[in-house]
Write a protein that binds this ligand. Sequence first.
Ligand SMILES: C[S@@+](CC[C@H](N)C(=O)[O-])C[C@H]1O[C@@H](n2cnc3c(N)ncnc32)[C@H](O)[C@@H]1O
Length: 238
Amino acid sequence: MIPSVITRVTTRHFSRNTIAFDTARKLISSSASTQLTSKGNGLDLTPESVERVRTRLSLRDLKHQDVKQGSVLRLPFGDRAFDVVFSHGVLHHVPEIEAAQREIHRVLKPCGELIVMLYAKWSLNYLVSIALVRRLGLGILYLTHQNPGGIIGQHLANARAVGLRRYLRLGNFIHKNTDGPLNPYSKVYGLKAVRRDFSDFRVTRSYKRFMHGPPLPVSRLPLDGLLGWHLWVHMKPV
Ligand SMILES: C[S@@+](CC[C@H](N)C(=O)[O-])C[C@H]1O[C@@H](n2cnc3c(N)ncnc32)[C@H](O)[C@@H]1O
């Protein structure tokens, strides 16, 4: 799944100057990652993620320029430095997305390309698993005073802290149901929201991948192009 996506974007894109936001785990572990060249740079907000990527790059002896710690809101790079900016699962966690895309626009060459993976609103995971199944399940556990541990226990603790109704509001619940119950912020995207949030870019191509919808066993359903969780969007600066 992911390797095929990476193959699509790799051969053409990673032979040029590239910045990748938190160079993706799947990218680093994919055979296509050998296409990363000495001109590639990576960046993530947290020292842990930066260290993880550095370790993976070194274990696989992948040539690259640098992996820096920093924020997409203040990129430590000059204007028009890159041919490609590639972001895997990062920008939907940035509330100040307008400012982030402006920074990306600044470091991209005018003929460059932005390739992003964002969580998809029109996905089975969001529309069925998160909006219906998980909310219903959590409501039942809460109202029947269950006390499991682990992730569900953390959700119940979150709900107790702010009240069940408030916790289950979809605008709040989404933050806690993409990357764990302690995740601070997540947004799901359709193309309309992409066009609104990435106003310094125009969309050239998009597709969905990755059938995912825990706790539903959907990974083998051949519906990823329609209802996949990963919305890939290619954009050009305007
Ligand atoms: C869901 S993880 C994705 C990790 C990896 N790219 C992957 O696909 O496996 C989200 C990452 O976004 C990073 N992040 C969040 N806000 C950021 C910001 N303002 N600038 C740079 N990275 C950020 C987090 O530190 C975290 O590593």
